[in-house]
Design a protein around this ligand. Structure first.
Ligand SMILES: NC(=O)c1ccc[n+]([C@@H]2O[C@H](COP(=O)([O-])OP(=O)(O)OC[C@H]3O[C@@H](n4cnc5c(N)ncnc54)[C@H](O)[C@@H]3O)[C@@H](O)[C@H]2O)c1
Length: 418
């Protein structure tokens, strides 16, 4: 292991070319599309927005008023599959549509579906044949991502996460070319999120912030032969974003959950989600997401809840390796004191307290996992090699097994046993 300080790590930041975040930003969408010369939009959303969102209806009218032809695919579903993406592509072809850009409107699920379509439509091939980016068309269609949750950060990332029939964990279409052309974040769109969605998405954002803050250094990251990697380890700049996102989420997530119309809390969580994505969409993630994908494969539970149950135990496993970072995280979560190790051990305890306050399971027994599923969880988690290779805390197989054991029994080093 190298011990280069963060200031000596190579700095990389991969982002969409335009990132806009402001209350009311949705009103800029139609004139912006027009100014880019786009003429035919495919809007990808789900039935809830089509039926209940005056904001979406307003934007569709504004696009048409700018002379842009608009078709709406409203068949989006939570956790989209490759099958759904193929069905959506077939629908677009049947309509005779030839969109020159896509607009994703919704949570991470609709954004990921739109990302898959941005590659599948110009290639004309089933999504399962596009997992290797050597099979991609010259350029995916440009995408405007308008998130309505805070959030997955998919509007910033190079990935589309999809369920593939027959795979134990989700699969990913992944390339820098898949980053949206425009990330247009309007915190007002999150006001209608039910508390369950607010909690899930908010804990996903907090996970992105903390997991990417603690992940492998850029100098140690294995980019293989890839000259254009999407994820490449943490550096001084990604850590700035992670720190700010962590502070915002610890301060505002519970309020957004408990008081859905609190403008300041919703705005802060939209920024927390954005800044967390600005960190993890370059630095990458590791064991929380690897094990969460495996847990989702076993239980089909939501992405946010599977992350939330694993996060405290992964943090605890890094108390030695990332002591100072965890001590800072504990302070951002409200801990006081001077001893760095004592503080570091408090970070997972305070994180789990937030998870439970938001009504989610804080250990695998409460999650409904049985002892016979633990070995599978460890091996499926380790099998997500794009994440396992970024584990910063020593041999991954031993660490993942220990994390799952502690997560099952709800054991954290900073909490005295009864
Ligand atoms: N591509 C990436 O980088 C990335 C990163 C993290 C997660 N993800 C993926 O994102 C998905 C989860 O996304 P999510 O947490 O945003 O939830 P979601 O998109 O699955 O939405 C969950 C539900 O909430 C509803 N909803 C969303 N916004 C709403 C609003 N403002 N008002 C009312 N209802 C609303 C949706 O209609 C849906 O029924 C998972 O499939 C996960 O794998 C992708």
């Amino acid at each position: 292991m190298s011990h280069l300080p963060l200031s000596d790590q190579p700095v990389t930041l991969c982002t969409p070319p335009r990132v806009i975040c402001a209350d009311g930003a949705r009103h800029r969408l139609a004139p912006l599309c027009k100014s880019l010369g786009w003429r035919e939009a495919l809007v990808v959303t789900d039935a809830w927005f089509q039926q209940n969102s005056p904001a979406l209806a307003e934007v569709l009218s504004a696009l048409r008023a700018q002379g842009i032809a608009v078709r709406v695919f409203d068949g989006g579903e939570p956790d989209p599959s490759t099958t759904l993406a193929d069905r959506a592509s077939a629908w677009v072809r049947e309509q005779g549509a030839r969109p020159d850009h896509l607009i994703a409107w919704g949570g991470g699920s609709n954004i990921d579906l739109a990302k898959a379509l941005s590659v599948a439509l110009p290639s004309g091939r089933p999504v399962a044949e596009l997992m290797d980016r050597a099979n991609w068309p010259a350029a995916p269609l440009p995408l405007v991502a308008v998130p309505t949750t805070a959030g997955t950060g998919s509007e910033i990332t190079p990935g589309a996460i999809l369920v593939q029939p027959g795979s134990a964990t989700k699969v990913a279409l992944m390339a820098n070319a898949l980053r949206p052309a425009i990330a247009l974040i309007d915190p007002e769109l999150t006001w209608t999120c039910p508390p369950r969605v607010t909690a899930d998405a908010g804990l996903d954002a907090l996970t992105h912030a903390i997991e990417s803050w603690l992940t492998l250094d850029a100098a140690l990251f294995d980019n293989g032969d890839d000259p254009d990697p999407g994820y490449s380890g943490r550096n001084e700049l990604t850590v700035q974003f992670a720190r700010q996102a962590t502070a915002l989420a610890f301060t505002h997530l519970a309020t957004a959950f408990e008081r859905p119309n609190d403008r300041a809390a919703r705005n802060a969580m939209a920024r927390a989600s954005l800044y967390a994505a600005m960190s993890y969409a370059t630095a990458g993630l590791n064991a929380v997401h690897g094990l969460a994908y495996a847990l989702a494969g076993l239980t089909h539970a939501s992405h946010g809840s599977t992350n939330a149950v694993m996060l405290p135990y992964v943090m605890d496993a890094l108390v030695e390796t990332r002591r100072d970072e965890l001590a800072e995280i504990a302070r951002l979560a409200g801990a006081t004191g001077d001893d760095p190790l004592t503080l570091a051990r408090q970070a997972p305890v305070l994180t789990r307290a937030l998870v439970r306050r938001l009504g989610l399971a804080g250990d695998l027994i409460s999650f409904g996992v049985g002892p016979s599923q633990l070995a599978q969880l460890v091996s499926d988690g380790l099998a997500v090699t794009r994440l396992t290779k970024a584990w910063p805390g020593g041999p991954a197989s031993e660490a993942y097994a220990r994390i799952v054991h502690h997560a099952y029994h709800g054991e954290l080093s900073g909490e005295s046993r009864p």
